[in-house]
Design a protein around this ligand. Sequence first.
Ligand code: FAD
Ligand code: E0Q
Length: 467
Amino acid sequence: MTQQPITLIGGGLVGALLAQQLAQRGFPVDVYEKRADPRLAGFSGGRSINLALAERGLQALRSAGLADDVLQRAVMMRGRMVHTRDGRSGLQRYGVDDSEVIWSVSRGALNMLLLDAAEAAGVRFHFGQSLLDADFDARRIRLADEQGAQRSIDAGLLIGADGAGSALRAAMNAHAPLGERVESLGHAYKELEIPPADRLPAGALRDSGGQRQFALEPHALHIWPRGGYMCIALPNTEGSFTVTLFLPAQGAHPSFATLPDAAAAGAFFRDEFPDLLPLIPRFAEDYDEHPVGTLSTLYLDRWHLDGRALLVGDAAHAIVPFHGQGMNCGFEDTVALADLLAAEPGDSAGVFAEFQRIRQPNANAIAAMALENYVEMRDSVADPHYLAKRELGALLGERAPAHFMSRYRMVTFTHLPYAYALERGRAQDQLLQQLLRGSDRAADVDLDAAVAALQATLPPLPALRHG
Ligand code: FAD
Ligand code: E0Q
């Protein structure tokens, strides 16, 4: 049977993986991507930016047959290393052992791997082709090349994987409103680089007192929480780290408005991140050359225009990055959509509606959890009450694994729907709160009574599938 041709806009992480999966299921797929082919343009010249890949994304890559290839180029992160103001650091493990870890992957390398895989599956890519708008009645789209030359072409089934600023979304919204709401976080980010230890200048690994400081642990996600703002760092395979500073965009100091350049920001780092600054030898160049990125959450009432066009990934549900789940969620989308379309290739309206019915509550849930995680990361990971709750949760998880699993673990290491993790996490949190009664010591709680209360109030967790 010949399947309906698909016109995909955007060959980023989600677009490339979706294209590969649709081609594997027999659909003819054309992808129009605004940027040049990164495999030719040479991504190596660009900056290395990395992301955390967790179980959901990994599961999608497994089903596409790509997980092993990706993991070969990834750096294992066992937990978050929290660096406090007094210069101390400690590892908070993400999972129970090395089977529960997350992975730092290079965005550029991952994108190139996915493009190769999609092409091998038969996908046709058209690079340097930017969507301008769409005529959904005539089923035509207008594109511009990198010189600005425009042309119109016939489109198949339209799928937008063109990211948070989606041009297809704008075209759909102009045709019939999607109920779009964009909530700006008010905080923004900038990326900086820590080179491999052997490329750091002599003396960089000494603290302010001249004591030897160790290079950063490579198998961790590093966090410097500072209350209203924070830095994080994720490892790269070459021994470097990509640092991200998260800070209010506007307003009273400190904000990107009060730190407009490296001169101001350098003094701020010397005060607030004294152990981090010496690890960034090109601080001034990085700070002045790299753009400030904005952060917002996107909510839509509708993700599709009947059976003609659908949005996936960030184009449908961009979220803030503080749970490291945006790509993971988008990868989960691709498997759900490819399976639904393959099952009912003749009924795209039904498939798109079903896709939204299944995925939207989950996208809303991870959006909410990602927002909550910012406060948790920048504020609470060093807070005694938070740590006590975390410890009591860990004890309950050991004693009653069928009844307690931390929300972080449900999100990061299982395939339980995000909406379930949000709801279950709320109920568990209420119980922990009651058990601790304001104490900062998990040891104050009678564990036998706590387990009994847990089993009496909450139903068992769903049985988990593994792998
Ligand atoms: P994108 O990656 O944005 O890709 C969109 C593609 O469409 C691009 O290639 C673009 O060039 C192309 N395009 C755009 N406009 C057009 C047009 N008009 N015509 C044709 N093509 C077009 N997620 C995680 O899972 N883990 C993390 O650790 C993580 N960290 C993050 C850190 C930060 C600072 C940020 C901002 C995000 C982070 N995310 C993370 C989220 C993740 O980056 C996104 O969820 C993911 O990139 C979404 O993929 P996408 O393919 O939907 O969109
Ligand atoms: C992860 C992995 C950008 C980013 C990516 C992440 C995480 C964080 C903080 C950030 C959440 C966590 N986290 O450590 O709880 O697990 O991806 Cl800021």
